[in-house]
Design a protein around this ligand. Structure first.
Ligand SMILES: Cc1cc2nc3c(=O)[nH]c(=O)nc-3n(C[C@H](O)[C@H](O)[C@H](O)COP(=O)(O)OP(=O)(O)OC[C@H]3O[C@@H](n4cnc5c(N)ncnc54)[C@H](O)[C@@H]3O)c2cc1C
Ligand code: SF4
Length: 502
């Protein structure tokens, strides 16, 4: 029986982050392990309310009150089992999820702080590793059916694990030189050290999943070859088409780049250092891209922008501005706009914001300014208001508000426009929709029979928790399509959206 008064006895507490001067001198994760006493105390704050809305907040349907109580009572092995029943990779979500479950925690109804669900989750995930490692669970009987998964991000990997455990022969194709999708070269190590990805990959390999890296499907292997070799295909290619601003004067100047160019280059340097190889941060054509000693301007207010900020400080930037088109959000939930248990529009500060830099809200870039040699020297910005008129976004510049910010390196982190246009799509007969995503029928098949889609490629740029949920659900659909015995869990259907009030 959970403790109904735990939240009255204990306040919400998170472990202390590593001190800023220490953590920006390396690439290790910001949070040290929390310690058992703190986690059991925080799990005690979960009152196991009759209708746990956190279940609806979490796209995976994680059984949060169950494992909170198992942690409270020190029953770690059972907590590990319970968590893995719904989530293939809790070490990723426990570190990286923005935790919509916490926004939906019933404690929030009475003005209390939510349970630290995500922190409990990561401690359970790490307890699994500490208590004997991630045990492989190979299928007892092979089905003789074969599935190709294109893309090795969290959606592709979750689907691969589910299908392999159901007895299917799964091959994951990845065009990069290493597996993991955005977990590998998009998200920096200070948020997710890559040992966590490697450990999971070892588990999948031990369960029989085959990996083929450096294979760009549609180029190195044609869709016809893929379909001839496999009984079903899952597309999990992500939504990696970065939004650009081609009409802004000066966009072609040297020093103005897509944020992902900066992040991938930096992550490759960290990966090389881990393997004992010195490396420089460069674009694929060899052009250096590094923030050391530079004035950096990051355009955008989301995860990608915050990751660029953390990277810039670790590389030794002289100064960083982060620009946002929208006004500064409120500190607290506006219940009239975003009632509990929906995801509120509030000011989100990541650990990277503690490390320095200045956030500038309600501004838009007017020009990237040339230093006379074709290199950017400044960004000219203006204050703006943003309105929605007839469903369209209208940005109005405040006359006389223009000013310049010094800039040697400008990073565009203004979102993604869906999955990339690539030969594979035409070869398979699937087309991008108006959002740049690939539509799925209710059974996760694309317009082409036997070709399924999941993750960001279907949903548009989203979250790891959604990618895992869609990967699991698509795996369940593929299992059915292949005539597999029984059914696999399907936490979401293709039309499922986050909790919303309207
Ligand atoms: C910088 C950044 C930070 C983020 N931080 C967070 C965070 O903190 N928390 C969070 O929840 N979410 C975060 N996200 C979002 C999250 O990473 C994605 O939602 C998630 O990775 C999507 O998973 P996916 O498997 O659908 O695709 P991806 O992870 O994008 O993987 C797709 C893979 O497909 C491969 N591929 C594409 N085409 C082919 C082909 N033809 N042949 C072979 N391989 C191919 C790509 O190389 C890639 O490896 C972040 C995103 C970015 C960009
Ligand atoms: S995956 Fe995300 S939403 Fe689900 S329980 Fe974990 S932190 Fe919450």
């Amino acid at each position: 029986m959970p403790d109904p008064n735990g939240f009255l006895r204990y306040d919400r507490r998170l472990p202390a982050r590593r001190p800023v001067p220490v953590r920006i001198s390396d690439w290790r994760e910001v949070y040290p392990p929390a310690g058992e006493e703190l986690i059991r105390e925080q799990a005690t704050r979960c009152m196991d309310c009759g209708v746990p809305f956190c279940h609806d907040g979490c796209p995976l349907g994680n059984r949060i009150p169950d494992w909170n109580d198992l942690v409270r009572t020190g029953n770690w092995d059972a907590a590990v089992e319970s968590l893995h029943a719904t989530n293939n990779f809790p070490e990723f979500t426990g570190r990286l999820c923005p935790a919509p479950c916490e926004a939906a925690c019933v404690l929030g109804l009475g003005g209390q702080q939510p349970v630290t669900i995500k922190q409990v989750e990561v401690e359970i995930a790490d307890a699994a590793v500490a208590g004997g490692g991630l045990r492989p669970r190979p299928a007892p009987v092979p089905t003789g059916r074969s599935v190709a998964v294109v893309g090795s991000g969290p959606a592709g990997l979750a689907a691969a694990q589910q299908l392999a455990r159901a007895g299917h022969t799964v091959t994951v194709y990845e065009r990069d030189d290493a597996l993991g999708g955005l977990l590998r070269y998009g998200i920096p190590d200070f948020k997710l050290e890559k040992q966590h990805v490697d450990r999971r990959l070892a588990q999948l390999a031990a369960e029989g999943v085959r990996f083929r890296t450096g294979v760009n499907v549609g180029v190195d292997v044609t869709a016809d070859q893929l379909r001839a070799e496999h009984d079903a295909v899952l597309l999990a290619c992500g939504a990696l088409q970065g939004r650009d601003t081609p009409a802004t004067p000066g966009r072609a100047l040297r020093g103005v780049h897509q944020a992902m160019a900066h992040l991938v280059a930096a992550n490759r340097v960290v990966a090389a250092a881990g393997a004992g190889r010195p490396a420089l941060a460069t674009l694929p054509d060899g052009t250096p891209i590094d923030a050391a000693g530079k004035h950096v301007v990051i355009i955008g207010g989301g995860d990608t922008a915050a990751d660029c900020l953390g990277v810039a400080h670790r590389q030794g930037a002289a100064g960083v501005h982060q620009l946002d088109l929208y006004p500064e959000p409120p500190a607290e939930r506006d219940a009239a706009r975003d009632p509990w248990p929906t995801w509120p529009w509030v000011l989100r500060s990541y650990p990277a914001h503690e490390e320095g830099g200045e956030r500038v809200f309600a501004v838009a870039v007017q020009e990237f300014v040339d230093d006379g040699t074709g290199q950017v020297r400044a960004v000219r910005i203006a204050e703006v208001t943003v309105e929605k008129i007839d469903g369209r976004r209208v940005v109005t510049v405040l006359p006389g508000s223009e000013r310049e910010l010094p800039a040697d390196l400008v990073l565009l982190a203004i979102g993604f426009e869906g999955t990339e246009e690539q030969p594979l799509l035409a070869q398979l007969g699937v087309a991008r929709n108006g959002r740049g995503a690939i539509d799925a029928r209710p059974d996760w098949q694309t317009a082409t029979d036997g070709v399924f889609v999941a993750g960001d490629m279907h949903r548009g740029a989203s979250l790891i928790v959604w990618a895992i949920a869609e990967g699991r659900a698509a795996a369940a659909a593929i299992h059915g399509y292949l005539g597999g015995v029984g059914s696999l869990p399907a936490p979401v259907d293709p039309a499922r959206q986050p909790l919303a009030a309207r």
